[in-house]
Design a binder for this molecule. Structure first.
Ligand code: ZN
Length: 224
């Protein structure tokens, strides 16, 4: 069961106060997707992962905190037009706006996750093109974070598994294939190698749909 509570927070940019929904506890039964998306019930708690100040439009995981750049960014046309962009589900726009701020503040890993979360919202509301755009921008953030030597995941190989899934799901099959070819040899974790082999098979079939980690594992045990 997911239990939520309301918390009154004051916006770090404009001082406006609002009650936001926060997750007290949740659970997940089953396997995450290959891009780490959790199963239910946590899967359905995304609305609580991003907050928006209704007064100034500031979007963050917690509006009480803001990087110094945020005040200027939220007045930017790019930011404002994303908030109003009706092509995107509202919740996806909030995540994208959060990613714009995180990117400008140099927090590329946070920006990547915000874009991946935006893609999940687009998946759920059947906005395939918008989901693709979010995944492509998440790839950009991932590669930028790597260039700056940022630590992306606890397990070293996990980020390659995420990168390959982002590329495959957005239809960039050749780029996905290349990413596996370039990075597979450096990976020692058996689970990640199994996932990459499963991804290779999907890429060969031109399959861009969503799969879970347990489907990748099952695929391996069936082959034995
Ligand atoms: Zn505000």
């Amino acid at each position: 069961m997911t239990t939520v509570f309301q918390e009154r927070s004051s916006c770090a940019i404009c001082g406006n106060e609002k009650e936001f929904v926060k997750i007290y506890s949740t659970n997940s039964f089953g396997s995450p997707d290959l891009d780490t998306r959790p199963p239910e019930m946590m899967r359905s708690t995304m609305h609580a992962w991003v907050q928006q100040c209704p007064e100034c439009g500031y979007c963050a995981s917690d509006v009480v905190k803001a990087p110094p750049e945020a005040k200027k960014i939220i007045e930017d046309e790019k930011y404002k037009s994303q908030l109003k962009d009706e092509k995107y589900p509202k919740l996806a726009s909030l995540f994208i706006c959060m990613s714009i701020i995180e990117e400008q503040a140099g927090n590329y890993v946070n920006a990547m996750w915000a874009l991946i979360h935006a893609a999940w919202v687009c998946d759920d509301s059947e906005h395939p093109n918008e989901a693709k755009t979010c995944r492509n921008r998440a790839v950009e953030m991932l590669l930028t974070a790597e260039r700056y030597g940022k630590k992306l995941t606890k397990q070293k190989g996990s980020i390659t598994a995420i990168l390959v899934d982002l590329l495959r799901r957005s239809g960039r099959l050749e780029d996905a294939r290349e990413a596996i070819a370039q990075r597979r040899a450096e990976i020692s974790e058996k689970t990640i190698i199994t996932i990459l082999d499963f991804q290779s098979a999907l890429i060969k079939k031109g399959d861009v749909s969503c799969y879970t980690v347990s489907q990748a594992m099952k695929n391996k045990s069936e082959k034995k």
